[in-house]
Design a protein around this ligand. Structure first.
Ligand code: 0RA
Length: 638
């Protein structure tokens, strides 16, 4: 069939406006997608996927297929209604072209009531288009198949009819532009996590995910919705009751869904979403949920005689110990606040969530006495442990543990007293510790060697943790305290650097340390003070020429540079202890020469999964998992 042009727009004032809009996006991409790093890159994928999810919310779409192609492009196809193609009177060109090129065009078509706008969300497909080397869109609707291609945001030809089709839907394929983005390398796991999350949050959809670069394929479909999400979070834990508590209600125009289930651990994994956006900084919906949980469980505990009348009752922390929960609300006009726009501001939502949870959770407890008793006993025990921990803290305070009263004997401190320039290297074992001491710059680099097992904090409460010598040394050296008595202002080193062997044991110790920081000194991680030192895996020498390789790929590249294996001495480092002090300094410790990775905590659910697999009983999957996922880090050269 001959290709047929739908509409041939003249090059007029409105097209100039459009091009100006797109070049504004290309000039300041960060303003639209937050940043131009990996996070910004993945934001492009989420933007297109969110548009397909809007079709799901409108009840018009059940299948989404996301593909990472070998040519560096990503495609997202859906079986929704298809982006409208009819002429847009204001611009006198097809609506599709307006959606693809003009600010917030999508929001003009009222596709579903619960819109995501503001902040970094719902910026519009045109932003993805503007930041793509090319973008091809294929729309099936009204019996036709339409196609248009754009390059760096501008259409290269008018919209065309390319065939007939009984189906409806949209297929968008784009190649991110490496001249405006720092990285164009999609991370399968990052994208897969978000797609999985979306499939829990929108139980009717099936999302297929293909990574053609490595021939990996996954299908996400969770008819059980957020209740299944909670089961997934708890999959490696011992749960106190099954199935999770689930409630769903509508208050005014706000749609409220909550699933929760306790496990026998001590930590909380609670996720909250507003219109499918993960509000990591909480907000009014979370405040309402927490207030209702504390109030309802206290009422129940008192009525059932679990709390004596004179006792002060259960605190919020008590009732959230061992809690896994997913709260998903849909709000008509969400106001996202905070620097990363990850907190819900709408104050009316607090009361709506609070009254819903109060009412429905009380009903649940009446109808499920066995589950009620199990969870209330857990909270009462948490309250008792809190009291024990308070006493333990008093004791340790008297011993001077928490307030800089003395430093651990094994610490080789630095001279400088300016925390901003000071660095603490946490090293595995006395022998590597000795080498690090010789190799350091004692002016600003301190060394703390740790010996033996570090306590598994996932399984221990504060009072038990403080009995562990390694943990006490760390707390003393770092200086900010522990538990709810932390003060980041007392941090003694602005860089806390974990330096472990590049083997499985090293990865294990590293993960234990990061678990400790993440769980017990969260401010240290979120403020970016935790780093991982990257030690080389190989040393290559030919004559007087020496080169270090940090990965197998680098080793291969170095061998090539040296002109092959001939005459090359290749040394594989099995541990830090095999390097001499000068080598360790020049490869791993000295600013300017070393590579540090800054530890970020992106995704509480993901971190929880890692820690729980790590702490599980099965050794083999655990080892594999640790090696594969050891830690979420972003590269940072210092
Ligand atoms: C505007 C209006 C309608 C649908 C869409 C946009 C739409 C956009 C995208 C982006 C990816 N997939 C999409 N699917 C649909 C409503 C159309 C109607 O009412 O028929």
């Amino acid at each position: 069939m001959a290709q047929q042009t739908v509409d041939a727009p003249a090059y007029d004032a409105s097209s100039i406006q459009i091009l100006e809009g797109l070049s504004a996006v290309r000039r300041r991409p960060g303003m639209y997608i937050g940043s131009t790093d990996a996070r910004g890159l993945h934001h492009l994928v989420y933007e297109v996927v969110d548009n397909a999810i809007d079709e799901v919310l409108a009840g018009a779409c059940t299948e989404i297929v996301v593909t990472l192609h070998s040519d560096g492009s990503c495609s997202v196809s859906d079986d929704g209604r298809g982006i409208p193609v009819e002429n847009h009177p204001k611009y006198n060109r097809p609506a599709l072209e307006i959606v693809m090129t003009v600010l917030h065009a999508g929001s003009k078509f009222d596709r579903n009531a619960y819109k995501v706008s503001g902040g970094l969300h719902g910026v519009g497909v045109h932003v993805v288009n503007a930041l793509s080397e090319w973008f091809e869109v294929r729309v099936r609707r009204d019996g036709q198949e339409y196609f248009q291609r754009y390059e760096r945001g501008a259409p290269v030809a008018p919209l065309q009819v390319v065939g007939k089709s009984d189906a409806t839907g949209t297929e968008a394929r784009f190649k991110p532009d490496s001249t405006v983005l720092e990285t164009v390398d999609f991370d399968r796991e990052t994208i897969g996590r978000r797609l999985k999350e979306l499939s829990f949050l929108n139980s009717g959809v099936t999302i297929q995910f293909h990574d053609e670069r490595v021939d990996a394929h996954e299908t996400f479909h969770h008819a059980g919705g957020i209740a299944e999400f909670v089961e997934d979070i708890n999959q490696t834990s011992n749960v106190l009751f099954r199935p999770p508590i689930y409630l769903h209600a509508k208050r005014d125009t706000t749609d409220i869904e909550l699933a929760m289930q306790y496990n026998d651990g001590y930590n909380e994994t609670s996720l909250a979403f507003v219109n499918n956006i993960n509000t990591v900084d909480g907000g009014s919906h979370v405040v309402g949920f927490r207030a209702a949980l504390t109030r309802t469980l206290n009422d129940y505990a008192r009525r059932r005689g679990f709390l004596k009348g004179d006792k002060e009752g259960l605190t919020g922390e008590d009732v959230r110990e061992g809690l896994a929960s997913v709260l998903s609300v849909k709000v008509l006009e969400p106001q996202f606040e905070g620097q990363t726009k990850a907190r819900l501001g709408n104050s009316e939502v607090k009361g709506q969530v609070e009254s819903t949870v109060n009412e429905k959770l009380a009903d649940y407890l009446e109808e499920h006495p066995a589950a009620g008793q199990a969870l209330i006993l857990k909270a009462v025990q948490a309250a008792q442990a809190r009291e024990a921990a308070r006493k333990a803290r008093e004791l340790t305070r008297r011993k001077g543990l928490l307030e800089g009263g003395g430093l651990p004997g094994k610490l080789a401190d630095c001279h400088s007293r300016d925390p901003a320039e000071c660095e603490l290297f946490i090293v595995e074992g006395d022998s590597a510790g000795g080498t690090a001491k010789q190799g350091r710059d004692r002016e600003f680099q301190a060394i703390l060697p740790l010996r033996g097992k570090i306590l598994n904090v996932e399984k221990a409460r504060l009072d038990k943790m403080l009995e562990n010598e390694q943990v006490r040394s760390l707390i003393q050296a770092i200086g900010i305290g522990i538990g709810d008595e932390q003060d980041l202002a007392n941090l003694r080193y602005h860089k806390v650097i974990v330096m472990t062997d590049a083997d499985v044991d090293g990865a294990h110790i590293r993960t234990l340390l990061l678990t400790l920081f993440y769980r017990k000194m969260p401010g240290l991680v979120s403020e970016g003070h935790v780093f991982i030192a990257q030690a080389p895996l190989y040393r290559l020498q030919k004559g007087t020429r020496v080169q270090y390789a940090y990965t197998d790929e680098e080793r291969e590249a170095a061998l090539k540079e040296f002109g092959g294996m001939k005459g090359v001495i290749l040394q594989r480092y099995k541990g830090l202890g095999e390097m001499n002090a000068e080598q360790l300094a020049e490869t791993t410790m000295r600013p300017g020469a070393r590579t540090l990775l800054r530890v970020t905590v992106e995704d509480a659910a993901h971190a929880n999964e890692l820690f729980q697999v790590l702490m599980g009983e099965e050794v083999e999957p655990r080892r594999e998992y640790i090696q594969e996922h050891a830690v979420e880090v972003t590269n940072l050269d210092i």
